[in-house]
Design a protein around this ligand. Structure first.
Ligand code: HEM
Length: 394
């Protein structure tokens, strides 16, 4: 396995990681990324195989569970109940409860609301150049997930703020220890505020059942051993965080690409175009897995305790799977990309995200056919998240 050096904090890499991915993929199925000290792959077949291999998972093997420093304990206390960080059987129980409440009927029923909200947001756009991410991309997914869960919409500002601070924990740490600690402190403060809000809100909602996800989760909790209060709170936080963060940036990256390549989303191409947006420039680039036993993947043997990083955005441009992968083709016949993962942890919110993206982008381009960029968009310096700092348009 070749060793490659690439700082995830290097501005040129953050703005355009694709040349590095291509170099890395050309070295073989796996390479050793020195800065992460980890085996990595951007090979589509390997990424798919590892996502689906039950001998590998997200939860660290017990003997290797990282020691959590005291100041970070509140964050990891929440993570300890997150389905995203767990393997069976706890994962199956928590995911099953969410899926039961997250029915396709409930998702499909959101379409008229998504459409109305999209129109309302567009009606409120300023006349001059404005930031589409702030006025549109950030607003829509957070309001929709708040409604689906049954959290007051006027909390959206706080939810956005808490969630932004919490996801800082997954980003490449700044080299400066003071900046790193400041980011950690922000994440912990946000976690504590989020948990305190959810705890009192769930208590209040016990007496006030409605047709929303919190009510279904409270019912599961009250039915007995199925869901503890802490699991209920973490599940709500996970859904609220995961439920908008990536969708916000997929809207941003998608509109950027569409405007740069002179394409639009129409009712006819909405399906293929959104899949191509998800493939071409995804919002989340790296997910890791631990090996629980010896596992051979495409010629490399992982041993118990080895970690491997899956580079989703690189896999989505693997020429072995995709023809002209660096070209954005809104009518490309869809086939599975890995932007929502695959296997056991496949994104629970994929149907909702797809519905939001298809509806919102179609209406945006129907209402504003002359939309154009007024500034070159810049990606945030926060690998492995790949989203714009703002998207100035007119
Ligand atoms: C474009 C938008 C989205 C993208 C790109 C995305 C991406 C992903 C990915 C890659 C994973 C798998 C992580 C892994 O295997 O390690 C995942 C899991 C998850 N996503 Fe999403 N997601 C999006 C939207 C949403 C939405 C709207 C929701 C909720 C309403 C959501 C909730 C979740 C949850 C709960 C999991 C954990 C599933 C599990 O562990 O079984 N996501 N997402």
């Amino acid at each position: 396995m070749k060793t490659l050096h690439q700082s995830p904090l290097d501005p040129a890499f953050v703005q355009n990681p694709y040349p590095f991915y291509e170099t890395a993929r050309a070295q073989g199925t796996f390479f050793h990324w020195a800065e992460y000290n980890m085996a990595c792959t951007g090979n589509a077949a390997a990424v798919n195989a590892i996502f689906r291999d039950r001998r590998m998972g997200r939860e660290a093997p017990a003997e290797l569970a990282p020691k959590i420093p005291d100041h970070l304990k509140p964050f990891y206390a929440v993570e300890a109940h997150s389905m995203l960080e767990l393997e069976p059987p706890r994962h199956a129980r928590l995911r099953g409860l969410v899926l039961r409440a997250f029915t396709s009927r409930r998702i499909a029923a959101l379409l008229p609301e998504i459409e109305t909200l999209t129109h309302q947001l567009i009606d409120g756009f300023p006349a001059g150049p404005f930031d589409l991410l702030a006025h549109f991309g950030q607003k829509l997914p957070v309001i929709i997930i708040a409604r689906l869960l049954g959290v007051p919409e006027d909390m959206s500002g706080d939810l956005l703020k808490w969630s932004n601070a919490m996801v800082g924990m997954y980003m490449a740490a700044p080299a400066d220890p003071i900046a790193r600690r400041a980011r950690e402190d922000r994440a912990i403060a946000a976690t504590e505020a989020f948990v305190a809000f959810m705890r009192q809100y769930v208590e209040a909602r016990r007496q006030d059942p409605r047709d929303d996800l919190i009510t279904s989760l409270i019912a599961a909790e009250e039915a007995g051993e199925k869901l503890t209060t802490d699991e209920l709170i973490t599940t709500c936080i996970l859904l609220l965080n995961a439920g908008h963060e990536a969708t916000v940036h997929t809207i941003g990256n998608g509109v950027k690409t569409l405007l740069e390549t002179d394409h639009t989303v129409t009712p006819e191409n909405a399906n293929t175009c959104v899949e191509e947006i998800l493939r071409f420039d995804p919002a989340l680039h790296m997910f890791t897995r631990w090996a629980y036993e010896d596992v051979e993947v495409m010629g490399h043997t992982f041993h118990r305790g080895d970690q491997v990083a899956l580079l989703l955005a690189a896999a989505n441009r693997d020429p072995a799977t995709w023809e002209n992968p660096d070209q954005f083709q809104p009518n490309r016949p869809p086939k599975p990309h890995v932007s929502f993962g695959a296997g056991l942890h496949f994104c629970v919110g994929a149907p909702l995200a797809r519905l939001e993206l298809q509806a919102a982008l179609t209406i945006l381009f129907q209402r504003l056919p002359k939309l154009r960029l007024t500034e070159a968009p810049v990606y945030g310096d926060v690998y492995h998240f790949h989203g714009l700092t703002k998207l100035m348009v007119q």
